[in-house]
Design a protein around this ligand. Structure first.
Ligand SMILES: Cc1ncc(COP(=O)(O)O)c(C=O)c1O
Length: 277
């Protein structure tokens, strides 16, 4: 696939910032949005110029294929700011690569690396004041892509929209977490889309997770779909178990998201001489 990549991001600034309405000492997770978002549209076989615009609603035709066939993928990462006001992200290129791995599996167009990285950088520079510095907080960054093309034919869309939106956020979980090791439902199966960060993977988890919540748990730990004998991962994180001096984690497969944190922990552990299996 070839792309015409321009390194210019068009920027339209918000007339007025909403930042004074935010209580940065009590940030929920993912509920508050910053002043701007990045948007980039794909049509006629190519990505158009990315734009940073004031955060706003998106209008879609009711036959847009996202509503019917679920072509929707996303990423998640966190931005931090140090005392010198420098912005830090944790290995964002890994998220960019994974977005395109997800895109390929869902028959969606891959996004050029420059659009992702330059768009992200332009957006974060503009919304820098929104990056919280209080303990446990960060600016949650949510890149996502969905099918905006229309029609009731069950086939891939011919138009897509890529957006990056940001949310100043507190911790995802608070305190100790009680988890249920799932023995009936499965998150993913061989040959499926478990390794992709596809919206539908999360929709399918909500019902079993609700059942677990009713029983007093906060999260489900997914097990293999055939016998429910092997631990795979949690709803939104990979899992490591320490046995003696060894770290164990499920191998990546069709069924498991290849987490950036997971692969970084493996690298760091190996560097430190810790056995990982
Ligand atoms: C299903 C699932 N597994 C693992 C992870 C961890 O991925 P990462 O370390 O790249 O954030 C996530 C992240 O949200 C996830 O949704």
């Amino acid at each position: 696939m070839s792309f015409e990549v321009s390194n210019t991001i068009l920027i339209e600034r918000a007339q007025q910032s909403k930042i004074s309405e935010v209580d940065f000492d009590n940030l929920p997770f993912g509920k508050i949005r910053t002043d701007h978002m990045l948007i980039c549209e794909y049509s006629d076989g190519k990505w158009n110029q990315p734009r940073v615009v004031p955060y706003q609603d998106i209008s879609l035709d009711p036959s847009a294929k996202i509503f019917h066939y679920g072509q929707s993928i996303f990423e998640g990462m966190k931005a931090y700011k140090d005392e010198q006001e420098r912005i830090w992200l944790f290995r964002p290129l890994e998220n960019q690569k994974r977005l395109n791995i997800s895109a390929k599996r869902l028959a969606m167009p891959e996004l050029p690396e420059a659009y992702f990285m330059e768009g992200l950088s332009a957006l974060l520079k503009l919304d820098k004041d929104w990056i919280p510095t209080t303990a446990d907080s960060s600016l949650y960054v949510r890149p996502f892509m969905f099918a905006s093309g229309t029609g009731f034919h069950a086939s891939p869309s011919d138009a897509y929209t890529f957006v990056i939106a940001c949310s100043p956020s507190g911790a995802y979980f608070g305190g100790k977490i009680k988890v249920l090791i799932e023995e009936k439902y499965a998150r993913a199966a061989n040959g499926g889309v478990g390794f992709a960060k596809a919206g539908g993977n999360y929709a399918g988890q909500f019902y079993p997770t609700n059942l677990a919540i009713e029983k007093g748990y906060q999260q489900v730990i997914w097990t293999d779909d055939i016998k429910h004998e092997f631990i795979e991962e949690a709803g939104a994180m990979n899992i490591f178990v320490r046995i003696g001096d060894k770290l164990l984690t499920a191998p990546t497969s069709d069924r498991i998201l290849d987490g950036v944190t997971r692969k970084s922990i493996i690298d760091v552990a190996k560097d430190m001489g810790i056995d990982v299996e």
